[in-house]
Design a protein around this ligand. Structure first.
Ligand code: ZN
Ligand code: ZN
Length: 220
């Protein structure tokens, strides 16, 4: 029996199961299958992407067409684990899920930052000394953020109101004239509406009771 240490570059052939083979990657004796290493889990054969020839992964190039074998697994240590096709496959399958989870995490961080910033304008964080298990510990920043937003809205509306009051006071005569003009316009509009309504009623009355009106005029 010849000592055949290390990887062998043989191709799978029927009836060759009696030969001793070693894993191309870790060098372990392949006991159960020629195609798979029970020690490191490496598949021993590779199908050429160019011509379809199956050859041992110990070879870097296809013996048929010379095409380079893709995704070399000749790496050592922990990095090999993270670059196994299984891991790559998992990432490919869960790409969408990973995207949404990442987006959710980033969104949570963003909301947290906004709430924290808003809350910081309404007193120091956790100034009541709530424990981490207390509901108030988690609600406190939101309450303080809400206070900040409320104060901001209140401040803005107060400023707008002050501005309107100042505008009126600084242009008092104009404001009074404008108000009187508005009242006059409203009165005229009301009169016009009443006149129109009366005219419509009158027309309807004339169309509906033409005979009655005629008899009345005759009787007069
Ligand atoms: Zn192995
Ligand atoms: Zn090939």
């Amino acid at each position: 029996m010849t000592e055949e240490k290390g990887p062998s570059g043989s191709t799978p052939e029927p009836g060759a199961d009696q030969e001793i083979h070693y894993c191309y990657r870790c060098g372990s004796l392949l006991k159960h299958s020629r195609e798979w290493c029970g020690t490191c889990g490496a598949d021993q054969f590779y199908t050429c992407r160019s011509c379809g020839r199956v050859f041992n992964k110990a070879l870097h190039r296809c013996p048929e067409c010379g095409n380079r074998r893709r995704r070399s697994s000749h790496r050592s240590g922990i990095s090999r684990v993270s670059t196994t096709p299984a891991a790559a496959e998992w990432f490919r399958h869960n790409r969408r899920t990973l995207f949404y989870v990442t987006a959710g995490v980033l969104g949570g961080i963003l909301v947290g930052a906004i709430v924290k910033t808003l809350a910081s304008h309404s007193g120091p964080p956790n100034d009541q000394g709530y424990g981490i298990t207390s509901l108030m510990y988690w609600l406190d920043p939101f309450i303080r953020a809400g206070k900040t937003v409320y104060r901001a809205i209140l401040g803005v509306s107060r400023a707008v109101l002050n501005w309107i009051v100042l505008l009126i006071l600084n242009n008092f005569k104009t404001t009074v004239l404008a108000f009187l003009g508005g009242v006059a316009g409203f009165v005229l509009a009301m009169k016009d509406r009443n006149r129109r309504r009366r005219a419509r009623k009158h027309r309807a009355h004339r169309e509906g009771g033409e005979d009655a009106e005629d008899t009345r005029t005759e009787a007069e």
